[in-house]
Design a protein around this ligand. Structure first.
Ligand code: 1GP
Length: 235
């Protein structure tokens, strides 16, 4: 099997757009899981699993259920070191590089290592950049860091490049789950132009039109969560 990262890099090179649906384990309803997967858009390529805070043991439970109902790759998108499950396929090894809180730059990462070493998860180094989405999101609250302002494109761009230069394989531009407005096309375009690695964009993208706009701006992979919490677009 080719690596999950390689698949994303190749899609990016060939301009094939990817769509990840984000499942928050605490909000996942087991009895409706089969119906949930049937209603997902056909173009869905990945399932991401995670949340800023998730109750203990829930991630593992939910990943196992998801693996039973779909053949899509299941990638962990953990809010902290407790959200790691050996049953997933890969792990976004996130560093919150927009923030200045060592807890989410390196401490959680160090604390996750012993667990990760016991798994066969593919580890994908990812620079995670929190950008203002018009309201205080749970990433901001839990991480106790400030998002970068959307008009400070220079700072966002420099942060993304610093991520690439320090070896991150993906850059994730995050407006936060349930953001009032998503990351602007101007930001996505500027980051995509400058970077050599794939760009993930998420937060506040709710309609097929917004999804299209995000792709056109240059996102390689878009993450949608809230819009699918009931299994379908809530236009
Ligand atoms: C959050 O980027 C994801 O981490 C998805 O956000 O729930 O707003 O789609 P939404």
């Amino acid at each position: 099997v080719q690596s999950y990262l390689e698949e994303i890099v190749e899609a990016s090179r060939e301009n094939r757009k990817l769509l990840a649906i984000l499942i928050d384990p605490d909000k996942f309803n087991e009895s409706e899981s089969a119906a949930f997967f049937l209603k997902l858009p056909q173009q869905t390529t990945h399932i991401f699993v995670g949340g800023s805070t998730v109750s203990k043991g829930k991630t593992c439970e939910v990943v196992k259920i998801i693996k039973n109902v779909t053949g899509l790759p299941v990638i962990l998108f953990p809010g902290d070191h407790s959200q790691i499950s050996e049953h997933a396929d890969a792990l976004l090894f996130l560093s919150l590089i927009s923030g200045r809180n060592p807890e989410y730059l390196i401490e959680q990462q160090v604390r996750s290592v012993e667990k990760i070493r016991k798994t066969t998860l593919e580890i994908i180094p990812t620079g995670y950049i929190l950008i203002d989405g018009g309201k205080e999101t749970s990433v901001q609250k839990v991480s106790n860091t400030l998002p970068l302002a959307q008009n400070n494109i220079r700072q966002i761009l420099n942060t993304a490049l610093a991520g690439q230069y320090s070896g991150k394989k993906l850059i994730y531009l995050e407006a936060g789950s349930g953001a009032k407005f998503p990351v602007s096309s101007e930001i996505i375009h500027a980051v995509k132009e400058a970077l050599e690695i794939p760009v993930i964009v998420g937060g506040g993208i709710r309609s097929p039109e917004q999804l299209q706009v995000t792709y056109e701006a240059g996102a390689d992979l878009v993450v949608m969560g809230t819009a699918f919490e009931n299994g379908f677009f809530r236009n």
